[in-house]
Design a protein around this ligand. Structure first.
Ligand code: MN
Length: 415
């Protein structure tokens, strides 16, 4: 049976496929939301290196950062903007004039203008009325359009905001010239079905020229929700390499792309065979190690130990793998351990041109299990202790902080 026929068996998607967008504008947030991951900072050099690879891989839009944050950040954004990459370079701004000017000065072609939308954000964080948010948004969009930028308008916490306000705000900024509207599930409270309802309602009420989504992973559904959006025709999904981002992160670039490519046969325009290289680069620059069980790019994603699984894989890889590891630039690993069976062991013996009669094979399997089960676990404890110490407090230590306080001349107030 041909490979294509075997794959057909799990490709019955028809209805969803019909609404996939004609082209995908993959919008990467690794250098902005990804950098906002606790403890993560990218140097200008690292931002450029990551941006170059993102562009080579085929990402359409790269959010390089927020220039108003610091002179260093502004310089980093400028370097990415001037690197002559194929991807469009975007920078972000609040609905504050100096933020927008900083983006205009940074030399990028695209801007994302953001403001919060929900009642809790307006009342407690922005301390602005809906009318004030509306006025600031329109003014910022107009200014950016006058400067010749492609403008995306984003609200934080869109999905928890009153829909009437969302409709009024987005309709107004679109009339003011916004090219692309972004719906954000800032605290990751959507589910695929809820998000489908939300987006259909949004499209009906706002009629966006072009729609984009920004999904967070607080309940582990960022990729699923983003995929739902693309299934509904959303053109410009936000993603981060390795799912980096605030708190539990954003939708992961590699998961969204491979789901579309593999499950729907959709062409994203991404060179998927370079995604592992991209993932490793971001792992190194961010210092956030990939969980072993992370889809597609985690160490275990194409590893097999259990006897039944190894046997199946050796017979045909489609038995226990939905896609070939090479499609993301990886290789399959057969792990020998407690759960190994004869098929994996016989395969391993072939490496040295060895064969084993049944009784010797049974003896070897027994020895293998014993060896695996008796391996000491103190190295595991040591590794976890170091890992936990690092991630329980990845920022400046308390000791460092109080020294800085002292150096800044802050003294206790006398009672
Ligand atoms: Mn975010």
């Amino acid at each position: 049976m041909a490979e294509a026929d075997l794959v057909e068996d799990y490709h019955p998607v028809t209805a969803a496929q019909r609404r996939l967008p004609e082209r995908l504008v993959l919008w990467d947030e690794t250098l902005r939301d990804g950098e906002q991951t606790p403890g993560v900072r990218f140097s200008a050099e690292e931002k450029l290196q990551i941006a170059e690879l993102l562009s080579e891989v085929g990402v359409s839009v790269i959010n390089a950062g927020i220039p108003v944050v610091s002179p260093d950040e502004a310089r980093a954004v400028r370097r990415v903007a001037e690197a002559g990459l194929r991807a469009k370079i975007l920078a972000a701004a609040r609905t504050v004039p100096r933020d927008v000017e900083a983006v205009i000065d940074s030399g990028v072609s695209h801007i994302a203008i953001f403001v919060a939308a929900s009642r809790v954000h307006l009342r407690f964080k922005l301390k602005m009325t809906p009318d004030e948010v509306l006025a600031a948004s329109i003014a910022s969009v107009r200014r950016a359009k006058d400067a010749g930028l492609h403008v995306a308008f984003v609200t934080e916490d869109t999905v928890r905001a009153p829909f009437d306000f969302v409709e009024r705000l987005y309709t107004a900024v679109q009339e003011a010239g916004a090219d692309r509207l972004v719906v954000a599930d800032t605290v990751g409270v959507m589910t695929p079905l809820t998000f489908r309802w939300y987006l259909e309602e949004f499209v009906r009420r706002v009629r966006p020229r072009e729609l984009s989504v920004h999904c967070h992973n607080d309940f582990g559904m960022a990729t699923a929700n983003t995929l739902t959006a693309v299934e509904l025709g959303v053109v410009a999904p936000h993603v981060c390499v390795n799912g980096l981002g605030e708190r539990a992160g954003n939708a992961s670039l590699e998961e969204l792309v491979l789901a579309l490519e593999t499950l729907y046969g959709y062409r994203t325009g991404i060179r998927t065979e370079r995604l592992y290289e991209l993932s490793r680069l971001v792992e190194e620059c961010s210092g956030i190690p990939l969980p072993p069980n992370k889809a597609l790019v985690g160490y275990n994603a194409f590893s097999h130990e259990a006897g039944i699984h190894a046997h199946g894989i050796l017979a045909h890889t489609l038995t226990y793998e939905p896609l070939q590891p090479e499609s993301v630039g990886r290789r399959r690993a057969m792990i020998l351990g407690k759960h190994s069976g004869r098929a994996a062991v016989l395969e391993k013996l072939k490496e040295r041109g060895l064969e084993a009669p049944e009784d010797r094979l049974v003896d070897l399997l027994g020895r293998l299990k014993t060896a695996a089960e008796s391996r000491p676990k103190d190295d595991v404890a040591r590794f976890l202790a170091e890992y936990r110490a690092r991630f329980e407090d990845p920022g400046v230590t308390d000791e460092e902080f109080w020294k800085l306080v002292d150096a800044a001349g802050i003294r206790a107030v006398r009672a």
